[in-house]
Design a protein around this ligand. Structure first.
Ligand code: PEP
Ligand code: MG
Length: 370
């Protein structure tokens, strides 16, 4: 066993010495971060902050998104600030000076808010029994107001951030304050702020202005300089196609190939386990799931276009990928060839990604993607 471990270690060290792609991890907590570093991750390419709201904190999303008044929303956001600051301090501390990309909230609302049908039934039953719960009645009205047939194509990511006043600003403040706290303790945290589901440069302009305002205010108050890059996900075809414009407002790009696959193929991510999709694979209509291995002709073409157009406006634009494909061997070869700078994947896939990034670098000219 010791010999095998030694050989694997040598192989990975060799791969590290030849690869050009940087290998990062998708990590949401300090525990994930430690796991990722133990496997050789050179940073965090994606922290999905919505995961910090699963479990006990779920009600915060409800309170902030469904608030009846500004006061109500502000007080929910104020309650969140210390929690988020602690999340980011722990994460940045665990990464100890390595780049840490924190994505602003992108909660699929149907996973966070009460289900409209369940809630309607609960309210109707309570009314029948003459036991009306005012809180539920108000909640039902709010859930009805924002209910969507296709939440994954609706009020998500930057759209939510621009619709709910103060939401992104709260997260940016928490990131900034965590950074200040660590700097004062003599550490060198390297956060990066990432905006999800951008489809137009205008969205990026608005979020950037708000973000820079908050950063400037925290910097001024604390006397600590804050130069935090602000970038975005490229996960909609329109974002890839208008990358030359978006790049004027983004310090880096990260391709979200999960959503990009969904929106390029028109296949719902939530239903890939379902009967129709399985039949398609079983019957050989599709020989491989595009959600697992990058479809070079469709999604891959958009990645190439996004990189090319983005760098036409900003030659030094840093480009990475953080969808599931970032940890898939065949896809990693594609990303190397497309000129990406890094791949980000689950901590457990980091060693595979290091190895494949090394192989991709030595298999120059050999097309492994067709
Ligand atoms: C993606 O869409 O590829 C991505 C990384 O974001 P998420 O999976 O969180 O939507
Ligand atoms: Mg996404």
């Amino acid at each position: 066993v010791r010999d095998v471990v030694h050989s694997v270690h040598r192989l990975l060290t060799h791969a590290d010495s030849v690869r050009r792609l940087r290998v990062l991890a998708n990590a949401d907590t300090a525990d994930d971060a430690h796991r990722a570093r133990a496997r050789g991750a050179e940073g965090i390419g994606l922290c999905r902050t919505e995961h910090q709201f699963l479990g006990e904190r779920r009600h915060y999303v409800e309170q902030v998104v469904l608030a009846d008044s500004d006061d109500e929303r502000q007080s929910a956001l104020a309650g969140l600030l210390p929690l988020q600051r602690a999340d980011f301090t722990a994460l940045l501390e665990a990464m100890d000076g390595l780049p840490t990309t924190i994505r602003l909230l992108d909660p699929p609302l149907h996973e966070f808010l009460p289900d409209l049908t369940d809630l309607s039934v609960r309210v109707a039953l309570a009314e029948e029994r003459g036991r009306v719960d005012e809180h539920d009645v108000r909640l039902l009205a709010a859930v009805r107001r924002i209910h969507e047939q296709n939440p994954m194509l609706g009020l998500r990511g930057v759209r939510l951030g621009l619709t709910v006043p103060g939401l992104f600003a709260l997260q940016v403040r928490a990131i900034a304050e965590a950074t200040v706290e660590l700097r004062r303790a003599g550490r060198v945290p390297l956060p990066q702020i990432m905006v999800p589901l951008v489809g137009s440069v205008r969205e990026m302009q608005l979020v950037r202005a708000e973000t820079e305002g908050v950063l400037a205010e925290v910097a001024q108050r604390s006397g600590v300089r804050l130069e935090i890059p602000i970038g975005c996900m490229i996960e909609l075809p329109r974002a890839a196609l208008t990358a030359q414009r978006i790049a004027t407002q983004a310090d880096f790009f990260s391709f979200g190939t999960n959503d990009l696959t969904q929106t390029t193929w028109g296949f719902s991510r939530d239903d890939v386990e379902g009967a129709f999709f399985s039949d398609y694979l079983e019957n050989g209509v599709l020989t491989i799931s595009p959600f697992e291995t990058l479809d070079a002709d469709g999604v891959g073409a958009l990645v190439r276009i996004g990189v090319e157009r983005g760098r036409s406006a900003r030659p030094d634009l840093h480009c990475g990928v953080c969808g599931e494909h970032g940890g898939d061997p065949e896809s990693i070869h594609f990303f190397h060839q497309a000129g990406l700078d890094d791949v980000s994947c689950s901590p457990f896939r980091v060693p595979i990604a290091r190895l494949e990034a090394g192989r991709a670098a030595v298999l120059v000219g050999e097309d492994t993607t067709t």
